[in-house]
Design a protein around this ligand. Structure first.
Ligand code: SAM
Length: 254
């Protein structure tokens, strides 16, 4: 999909001002409906089209439709509300009031779980403009008990390498990384979307060092079990009790 500028438009219930705002923030092209049927806009775009309705946002891409929203993370929030521990929250030791920087926001699932666990704002960095807009639109529309947590996530389109360099030391409590390297084996519509658009350069040691400077407590890195990428980065894999597919690495701040 490279080289094509994605489009944001509205369904009849959507707000054109939101389409203009998301397009401007995330580098997409805003197209007003002007009475045109959606299929005409999609056919003419030659690129993915994000359609904002009042309660949902859908991305139309190559004859497929992806509904914006944090998917399985909603279940993780519900489990947390029942008192069950979440592996990411547990390994990162996230507590109330802590400031989290999610350096690989993606579809916002881990950021949502972190925002719920801390009750505090989370900053989520996403390199890809379309994913950033899709995730921002989905988070605004999260219903029910995760709604408040979703509203506390600030979506920033940036490369985390430059973003981290610009942050003062200790400006967040914890920095999270969930790079694309652990997605190669995963299937499903959300991963299809990530694979089509995501930045997939591996996390490098210099970036991890920057994150350790920016984090007051430390940095959590997610990998596929058994954690080959964690070993490469000099981290000790901790296997998740809930998912045999995930390994976490923790690096204290420096
Ligand atoms: C595997 S996904 C993260 C999924 C996320 N944890 C979730 O729960 O939805 C990785 C995301 O990080 C983004 N990413 C990778 N490298 C990045 C970078 N250098 N700066 C900003 N975002 C980056 C990718 O574009 C992708 O969307």
């Amino acid at each position: 999909m490279e080289g094509l500028q994605a489009v944001v438009t509205t369904a009849p219930s959507g707000d054109p001002a939101e389409a203009a705002e998301l397009a401007a923030r995330f580098g997409l092209r805003c197209e007003g409906r002007a009475g045109r049927p959606l299929r005409e806009i999609i056919a003419g775009a030659g690129a993915p089209v994000l359609v904002l309705a009042a309660r949902r946002a859908d991305l139309h891409q190559l004859e497929r439709v992806y509904r914006a929203g944090p998917g399985m993370a909603l279940l993780r929030v519900l489990r947390a509300r029942r008192g069950e521990s979440d592996p990411l929250v547990e390994v990162a030791g996230l507590g109330p009031g802590e400031r989290v920087l999610d350096a690989t926001l993606g579809l916002g699932g881990d950021a949502l779980v972190a925002a719920h666990a801390t009750g505090a704002p989370v900053v989520g960095i996403e390199a890809d403009g379309l994913l950033a807009a899709f995730t921002a639109a989905g988070l605004r529309r999260v219903p029910g008990p995760a709604r408040e947590a979703a509203r506390r996530i600030e979506v920033v389109r940036a490369d985390h390498r430059q973003f981290l360099e610009a942050q003062p030391a200790g400006s967040f409590d914890v920095v999270l990384f969930d790079p694309m390297f652990r997605r190669a084996r995963e299937a499903g519509p959300q991963f299809e979307l990530l694979r089509a658009h995501a930045e997939d350069a591996p996390l490098d040691s210099a970036t991890l060092l920057q994150a350790r400077r920016v984090a007051r407590r430390g940095v959590l890195v997610k990998d596929a079990a058994p954690g080959h990428e964690l070993h490469r980065l000099g981290l000790v894999p901790r296997l998740s009790r809930r998912s045999a597919a995930i390994a976490f690495g923790w690096a204290d701040s420096r």
